[in-house]
Design a protein. Structure first.
Length: 328
């Protein structure tokens, strides 16, 4: 083996290692930086619990976005979907439905909008960017119409406690219920991607749709299922957002779709498709939360936080482009 071959092999090994562990190392790095700068206020269990709570909504929605981005798609309507689901949950509770029925109703509303999006993409053969950009406005408008262009107040139920800090009476839970829900869904989603035929089809479509079609994958049906499932996760995120707000708000989650997409990209997902992982997306969401929280602890203005987060996103996309050039 020549010296050049050894060098190329070493470079591929380092690249593969960074693809797997890069996001985690990035998370450890930002935690260490802010921990050194603000050890008393940042490095406390209470603050870590708050950061996990702040990550739950974006992290849950990022699970669905991971599936969509791996398949080579995109969904710009996630924030609008979350708002619509908060309104649906509040309206169902006001109509006398049980909290559990309201939860399933909100998730079903999200899945229905995702099915519509997938159908428009596959049947009309319109690019996902255009379809979801249009649905971004349509779903937000539907949320405002259902809510009568105002907030929808709802009776107090156990849903209001999903995203509250764990008190002394519930210290056995360690983490808030909403965080446990995100982690359980992440585990199930990762298992689905790794061990099921549907998961393999998602990667196949994102890697090369034509090849996947030739191998017998029913691409159109799979895409509809992907968008329906992705929007169902947005529905779960909407339930968590309702818990945080304790009401239905048609104007909430404006711009959250960018945070969700950024979480997947920072976590190693590729906008070109075929690459992405559930652990990476959760870590990406955590990185954004840690940066925002750490900047707040340092007393920095919001515009500084936005610049830092934007630079992290640009760096993640640049690394993804570098990986693709090396692969070519």
């Amino acid at each position: 083996m020549t010296k050049g071959q050894i060098s190329a092999k070493s470079l591929r090994w380092v690249s593969g290692w960074l693809n797997k562990f890069g996001p985690f190392l990035g998370l450890v790095f930002v935690i260490i930086v802010f921990g050194l700068l603000r050890p008393r206020t940042f490095l406390s269990w209470g603050n870590f619990e708050v950061m996990l709570l702040q990550t739950a909504v974006v992290g849950t929605a990022a699970l669905g976005m991971t599936l969509i981005i791996i398949s080579g798609g995109i969904d710009l309507s996630v924030g609008s979907n979350i708002a619509l689901c908060t309104v649906a949950v509040a309206l169902l509770l006001n109509a006398g439905a049980s909290p559990l029925i309201a939860v399933f109703g909100g998730i079903l509303v999200g899945a229905a909008s995702g099915t519509l999006i997938g159908g428009l993409i596959t049947r009309l053969r319109i690019t996902p960017f255009i379809v979801t950009l249009g649905m971004w406005g349509a779903i937000r408008g539907a949320a405002k119409g259902l809510a009568g262009e105002q907030m929808v107040f709802a009776p107090d139920t156990w849903l209001n406690g999903l995203l509250t800090t764990v008190g002394e009476q519930k210290s056995w839970m360690i983490l808030p219920p909403g965080v446990w829900l995100m982690l359980i869904l992440a585990l199930l989603t990762a298992g689905m991607l790794r061990y099921t035929r549907f998961g393999r089809h998602i990667y196949a479509i994102g890697s090369n749709e034509m090849t996947a079609r030739l191998c017998g994958v029913r691409v159109e049906r799979t895409k509809v299922m992907i968008y329906a499932l992705g929007a169902a996760f947005a529905g779960v995120a909407g339930v968590l957002q309702f818990s945080y707000l304790t009401l239905g708000d048609p104007t909430t989650a404006i711009g959250m779709e960018l945070d969700v997409i950024a979480a997947v990209v920072i976590g190693g997902g590729s906008l070109a498709g075929g690459v992405g992982s559930v652990p990476g997306s959760i870590i990406g969401a955590l990185i954004m939360t840690v940066v925002a929280n750490g900047c707040t602890k340092l007393g920095l203005d919001n515009w500084v936080q936005e610049i830092v987060t934007g630079l992290i996103i640009v760096l993640a996309v640049a690394l993804d482009q570098f990986r693709h050039r090396r692969a070519d």
